[in-house]
Structure formats: structure tokens, C-alpha cells
Write a protein that binds this ligand. Sequence first.
Ligand SMILES: [Zn+2]
Ligand SMILES: [Zn+2]
Ligand SMILES: [Zn+2]
Length: 217
Amino acid sequence: MGIFRHSRILHQASWNRDCLSNSFDSIHRDTAIDVIIAEHVLREQVQREEARNIRTTACEKSMAAEDQKTQSENVKSTLEHALYRAVSMLEPPNKLVYDALRRDPKWFMRNPLVEDCIDSGGCCSRQCRCCAERCPLGAHKGQGHCTSECWCCAEFRGYELSSQQKKDIRESMEARLRYRGHCDFSPYLLRMASGFFSPSKPPKPKENWWFRTGRQA
Ligand SMILES: [Zn+2]
Ligand SMILES: [Zn+2]
Ligand SMILES: [Zn+2]
């Protein structure tokens, strides 16, 4: 217990090596990883489209085949459905927190996620404010911090990453989420899961009914 008493930050559950928990809730690590990856992949696609729109001239846009637009929308809707499938596996307390957080279009400007963007050299590490302003009206899916597809990060870097480099970055992210070190948990997973699933305020007792009846002795 110790420092984690009454904490909203997720840590590895002492009673199950495959679960992350805080003082109010718990979540299976595989379920958390599936949602984090599904959101990341959708975000890549949204940022890929954003970059294409920014780089394509008006003339090219008018000449751009409707096919390309349709293809891109198809990819996006496939990824949205993949995210839906991952989110549908969240248990009731986690789903409540997940939905409550995402009612705020700027939900992803939470410390753990901003810190990760800063550490990875994303837009939050500079003054451009891209992430903070990446929040259109309404809570659109696929909004969040920079991925390898961020056009502003590419401008700052001075070159576009190759497909292989983007693939390597994605695979490295997945490997870090699934990593089990000597303490049997991934620090990266704890950080990301805290950003994705820890409540912004302690849940009211009645919102916590499933957890109480499901886990308390
Ligand atoms: Zn930026
Ligand atoms: Zn960026
Ligand atoms: Zn950011």
C-alpha cells in the first residue's frame, strides 16, 4: 500500500501480476494495452491525413482522386472499429472512467501523456502548441499527442521518416507496453495507462459499485 494509498495513479496490483490498480479500480494489462495501441494507430492515421492535407496544394487537392479520399476514410473507419472493439472489452468501472475522461476534448493534455510527448520529442517539447490545439469542436476520436505521422515534428526534424522507421517506432512502442522487467511491470505501461484510465477525480461511491461488490472481501 504505502504511497499508493488513496492514489488515482495506476500501479501493478499486488494481488495479480497481470493487473494494474489504484485505490479505486483495477484493469487487466492486456485490455489496457489493446486500447492504448488502438488509439495510437487511429491517431497515426488522423495525423497522416492531416499532414497530407497540409502538404497538398489546392490544385492537387482538386485533382486528387476521390478514390484516395474514400480509401483514407475506409482505413479510418476500420481503425475506429478496432478501437471500439478494444474499448468494448473494458469492464464497467474502467469504461465509466474512460467515457468520463473523453467527454473533455482535451482529455489527453493530462500530465503523464504530456510528459511522454515531451520525452519523446513531440510538439509538447516545443512552443508550437500543436497538441494543445489539436482539439477540434466535439470529442473526435483519434486526437492526441504526436505520432511518427505528425507533420510539425517532421518539419522540425527536417525530413520525413521512412515507412520502415515509422514501423520500427510503432513496434518499439508496443514492445515497451508489453515489457515485463525484473519487477514484472513496464514503467511505460504504467505511465500510459495512468494517462488513459486513471480518473480525474476520485469516483463517488455509487459510481464504484461494481468494484466494491466485485473485489472487496
Ligand atoms: Zn508542433
Ligand atoms: Zn508533433
Ligand atoms: Zn504533445
